[in-house]
Design a binder for this molecule. Structure first.
Ligand code: UDX
Length: 464
C-alpha cells in the first residue's frame, strides 16, 4: 500500500503515564501493519513528552514497520489551577471537544482524513465527536478484564460488594476468584478518600456501547475465564477485544524498535549499565509507578527493607518523592543500590540481572512483569492495583503480597520469599510460562495480533 493512501487512525488518551504508554504501544502495533497513526493527548503533557522522550508534534513522524506514527495535541488552555480528577475531566471534555474537532479538520485539510478514532474510557466524549464527524470509533480499556467486570457489576448494581467492616467476607463474580474487600478496586469503597472517582468510574462506561470496537490491554489466554463469563452478564456488556499485552518486548514486537516512547520523566538509561555489572538474578527492582505517593514512613521502611535485603537493588524514587528518603541513605546505599528518578522499565525487567519486581501493581507494570517473566512482591496502594495484586499472587501464582503499613522486616521477608524461599522456584516457573503465553499472544498470528490485524483490515476496507 502506498504510504499516502494508508488509512489514518487517531488514538487519543488521558494525559497520564499509565494511559500514554498503552496508547503508544497500540499505535505501534497498528502502524506496523501499514496504517498511519496519530497519537494525541492533552497539551499539558506536550512539554514533558518533548523533554523526556523527544516527542514532537507535526512533521512526517516516525516510520514503524510498514506504517508511520505522528503526534498532535489537543490544546486544552489549562491555566494551572489545581483541579480534582472529576473537575479535571470536565475541563478536558469542554476544551477537548472543540480541540478534537479542530484536529480532525486540520488532518483532513492536510490530506490525511481520519478513518477511525480510538479513544480512552476517561474521554467518553471522543465517541460523540467522532459520531458528529461521521467517523467510526473504538475505545481502549487500559485496565484488566477482571477490573472491567467488577466496575461493570458495580455500575449496574449487579452484585453485593463486600463491606469494609467484614474483611473476611468473600464475594463471587462470574469468571473471577472469590474476592475480599482487600481485592476490590479501592475506589468502590465508601471510605476511600477519592470517592469522587465513583462518578468517574461510571462515566467510563458512557458511550462505550456506541463504539464499533472495545479493545482491552490484556490477552485472551491470561483472562480466559472472565472473558468467557462476560457475555452471560445482563445487561450485556460490550464485547472486549484483547490486543495486549501492550508492552515493549525489546525488538520482538515488530514495532521498529523503541524509537517512539512516551516517558513523562527522562529515564536514567545508565541504570542498564549498572545492571550489566550485577550477577544474574540478583537485583530487586522496586517502583510504584507514576502517581502513587508513599507516605514518608513507608519510604523510610522501604529504604531500610531494601538495604537489609542483602541484595543489590534498583529503586525508582520519583523527583516528587526524593525529599522523603532517610537522611544519609543515598550515601550509605551507594555501591549496592541504585536510586533513579525514572527507569527504562521495559529494559530493566528484560534484564537477566533482575530477580524480582517490588511493584505497586499498576496494570501496565503488571503486564510488563508478566511479559518479562519476573516474579513479584505485590504492594498495591489503591484502585485497580488491589485486584491486579490478587491476580498476580493467587491466580497466576508468581509472587507474594506485601501489605501496608509497610515494615522493613516485611520487605526483606517478601524479597526472600520470591527469590530464595521454598516457593520461589515454582513462582519463577509460573512467571516464565506466563511470559511465553504473553509473547505468543502478540507474535504474528497470536490471539492479540489477529485482533489488531482484523481491526486494521476493517478500517482499511471502510476507508476504501
Ligand atoms: C495508573 C494507575 O495508577 C494504575 O493503577 C492503572 O492500572 C494505570 O494507570 P501507574 O500508577 O503509573 O498507572 O502504573 P502503571 O500502570 O504500572 O504504569 C506505569 C508505566 O510507567 C509503566 O508502563 C511502566 O513501565 C512505566 N515506568 C514506571 C517506567 O517506564 N519507568 C519507571 O521508572 C516507572
Amino acid at each position: 500500500m502506498a504510504e499516502e493512501a494508508a488509512p489514518h487512525v487517531l488514538l487519543i488518551c488521558y494525559p497520564g503515564q499509565g494511559h500514554i504508554n498503552p496508547m503508544i504501544r497500540l499505535a505501534k502495533r497498528i502502524a506496523s501493519k501499514g496504517l498511519l497513526v496519530t497519537c494525541s493527548s492533552s497539551s499539558i503533557v506536550r512539554d514533558k513528552l518533548a523533554a523526556a522522550s523527544g516527542v514532537s508534534a507535526g512533521g512526517d513522524g516516525v516510520l514503524v514497520g510498514r506504517g508511520r506514527i505522528r503526534f498532535d495535541f489537543l490544546d486544552d488552555h489549562f491555566d494551572g489551577t489545581e483541579l480534582d480528577l472529576h473537575n479535571f475531566l470536565r475541563h478536558l471534555e469542554t476544551a477537548g471537544r472543540l480541540a478534537l474537532a479542530g484536529l480532525l479538520g486540520r488532518q483532513a485539510e492536510a490530506g490525511r482524513p481520519v478513518a477511525c478514532i480510538v479513544g480512552n474510557p476517561f474521554l467518553p466524549w471522543a465517541t460523540d465527536v467522532a459520531a458528529e464527524a461521521g467517523i467510526p470509533s473504538a475505545v481502549l480499556w487500559v485496565q484488566s478484564c477482571a477490573v472491567f467486570s467488577i466496575y461493570y457489576h458495580f455500575v449496574h448494581g449487579l452484585a453485593e460488594f463486600p463491606r469494609e467492616d467484614d474483611p473476611d467476607a468473600r464475594f463471587a463474580l462470574p469468571g473471577l476468584p472469590a474476592l475480599s474487600v482487600a481485592d476490590v478496586p479501592s475506589f468502590l469503597l465508601a471510605s476511600h478518600p477519592y470517592k469522587v472517582l465513583g462518578d468517574t468510574i461510571q462515566d467510563q462506561f458512557r458511550n462505550m456501547g456506541k463504539a464499533s470496537w472495545v479493545f482491552v490491554n490484556s490477552f485472551a489466554e491470561l483472562e480466559r475465564d472472565v472473558i468467557a463469563a462476560l457475555p452471560g452478564v445482563r445487561p450485556r456488556p460490550p464485547q472486549l477485544i484483547p490486543v495486549g499485552p501492550l508492552v515493549e518486548l525489546g525488538g520482538h514486537d515488530d514495532d521498529g524498535g523503541v524509537a517512539v516512547r512516551g516517558d513523562l520523566i527522562r529515564a536514567a538509561d545508565d541504570c542498564v549499565g549498572w545492571l550489566d555489572a550485577q550477577a544474574p538474578r540478583s537485583v530487586v527492582y522496586a517502583s510504584v509507578g507514576s502517581i502513587v505517593m508513599l507516605p514518608a514512613e513507608a519510604v523510610a521502611e522501604m529504604a531500610h527493607g531494601l538495604a537489609s535485603s542483602g541484595r543489590p537493588f534498583l529503586w525508582v524514587v520519583r523527583p516528587d518523592t526524593r525529599a522523603l528518603l532517610p537522611e544519609g541513605f543515598l550515601d550509605a546505599a551507594a555501591g549496592r543500590g541504585m536510586v533513579v528518578p525514572w527507569s527504562p522499565q521495559d529494559r530493566v525487567l528484560a534484564h537477566a540481572a533482575v530477580a524480582c519486581f517490588l511493584t505497586h501493581c499498576g496494570w501496565n507494570s503488571t503486564l510488563e512483569t508478566i511479559a518479562a517473566g519476573v516474579p513479584v512482591v505485590a504492594f498495591p496502594q489503591w484502585g485497580d492495583q488491589c485486584t491486579d495484586a490478587k491476580f498476580l499472587v493467587d491466580v497466576l501464582k508468581m509472587g507474594v503480597h506485601l501489605r501496608a503499613p509497610l515494615r522493613r522486616e516485611a520487605v526483606r521477608e517478601a524479597v526472600e520469599a520470591v527469590t530464595t524461599g521454598p516457593e520461589a522456584g515454582a513462582m519463577l516457573a509460573n512467571a516464565r510460562s506466563w511470559s511465553a503465553a504473553a509473547r505468543a499472544a502478540v507474535a504474528p498470528g497470536g490471539s492479540s495480533d489477529r485482533h489488531v490485524q482484523a481491526f486494521v483490515d476493517e478500517v482499511s476496507r471502510r476507508a476504501r
